[in-house]
Ligand binder design. Structure first.
Ligand SMILES: [Zn+2]
Length: 424
């Protein structure tokens, strides 16, 4: 399946695309959308015919909150995960038993591709809640037969003790948390001898960071790509060549488009990643605009597997990825505008301090509430940080500033300054 090529691959993709369109027609949104576009499954005679179908946007999924995009009765949905939304409402993703099987299979493929086997001890140091990284990798690693340590996040010293005590050979976490683990390990005076493989994803990281992580943790580091809408992580993964990520061509139909015109781009041309999952049962998607910028690689990988995308180069919208959590400036705006103490402007600064993302928000006070009394200000500051934490699920630092003191911009306001530098 991984090395399928030419007519055989095309035939498989076509069969699965047609099945996906039929499945999508069970969702009222898609039934309507396809009717409006005058397209039915009979019009899909080759994978290229997919371009007759309109794109699906994140905002479409949000409009269906919570279960509007399910193509099966809720009774057949055995799990849900969610992604963060722009106005507080997340996108809900449903999985049938078959979906969970498919997803674990893909993760298992990724892990075996980089040489992991049932001899390995796998520490899964990511959030186990509604975030797909925890349970997704957990079941995939179990499928391979690895010994899984579901350590989740937090208590870094204990994480390090577990690596040493259990002889953990493979670590999965966000790259920024990996960096933190490496530094705490250094302080504790352990070299994490047993570690061989590092799997890092959920936020962008540079080749420079790869070098540092490999050196500090003594691992070979691999990049992992996915998003909840596409099951979760596991959609694409680096092979041992580590020159681009193989996007599983039997499970996802990949297009790269010009974000503005929507036109399809050739291999080697950078644009927005658009994905049609080919095996999803509970929540089929047609031409989903991921917002991630990359390109299809135009050469064949020596490993013999199929299509690859370049590592993600950024976003076509204003989404920020902070500690693996998606944050939109509109979410911050929404929270702040609901507070009477807030004035007209705010600025967001993102820094990487000790390899962890930190978000600082400067907020102009409303003139009426700007008293200058320190006591009062700290109360307002705490109230804002609590309101932001509630919606973003992230700790932020709020600095209150005088009305009129932040820069004004012509046209579209620039609210965000990303000072992480090494991110892309
Ligand atoms: Zn390869």
């Amino acid at each position: 399946m991984e090395t399928l090529k030419g007519a055989d691959l095309e035939a498989l993709q076509l069969k699965r695309l047609r099945r996906t369109v039929r499945q999508a027609e069970k969702v009222p949104f898609y039934a309507q959308r396809l009717k409006e576009a005058g397209v039915s499954v009979d019009d899909i005679k080759s994978p290229g015919d997919l371009t007759k179908i309109p794109f699906t946007y994140k905002k479409d999924l949000q409009s269906g909150y919570p279960f509007g995009f399910l193509a099966v009765p809720l009774k057949q949905v055995v799990r849900i995960h969610t992604t963060s939304g722009t106005t507080g409402k997340p996108t809900v993703v449903g999985y049938t038993r078959q979906d969970l099987d498919n997803w674990s299979e893909l993760i298992a493929r990724n892990l075996t591709m980089v040489g992991l086997t049932d001899e390995d001890i796998f520490q899964n140091a990511v959030n186990y809640g509604l975030f797909t990284g925890g349970l997704g990798f957990h079941y995939g690693a179990e499928k391979v037969g690895m010994t899984v340590v579901p350590s989740a996040t937090g208590n870094t010293k204990r994480q390090i003790e577990m690596i040493d005590d259990f002889g953990v050979t493979a670590l999965h976490c966000t790259p920024s948390y990996a960096m933190h683990i490496a530094e705490v390990a250094e302080e504790m005076g352990t070299t994490l001898n047993s570690l061989k493989t590092g799997i890092f994803g959920a936020e962008p990281w540079s080749d420079n960071m790869r070098k540092i992580l490999e050196e500090k943790l003594g691992v070979t580091a691999y990049d992992s790509y996915g998003m909840s809408e596409l099951y979760g992580p596991g959609a694409a993964f680096e092979c041992p060549e580590r020159n681009g990520l193989h996007f599983w061509h039997d499970s996802y139909y990949v297009e790269i488009i010009d974000s503005e015109s929507g036109e399809r781009l050739e291999a080697g041309e950078r644009g927005e990643l658009v994905v049609t999952p080919l095996n999803k049962e509970a929540m089929p998607l047609l031409r989903y605009r991921t917002g991630d910028l990359t390109m299809l690689m135009d050469d064949d990988c020596p490993c013999g597997r199929g299509q690859r995308i370049a590592r993600i180069m950024g976003r076509s919208d204003d989404m920020m990825v902070i500690r693996g959590i998606n944050v939109f400036p509109s979410q911050i705006e929404h929270v702040l505008s609901s507070l009477p103490e807030v004035g007209d402007q705010f600025m967001v600064y993102i820094d990487r301090i000790n390899h962890l993302d930190e978000m600082t928000i400067e907020v102009e006070m409303n003139r009426e509430f700007f008293s200058g009394e320190l006591q009062d200000l700290s109360r307002v500051q705490k109230k804002m940080m609590a309101a932001l934490k509630d919606v973003l699920n992230l700790r932020t630092k709020v600095i209150l500033v005088e009305p009129g003191s932040l820069p004004r911009f012509e046209g579209k306001a620039k609210h965000v300054v990303d000072r992480r530098g090494q991110a892309f």
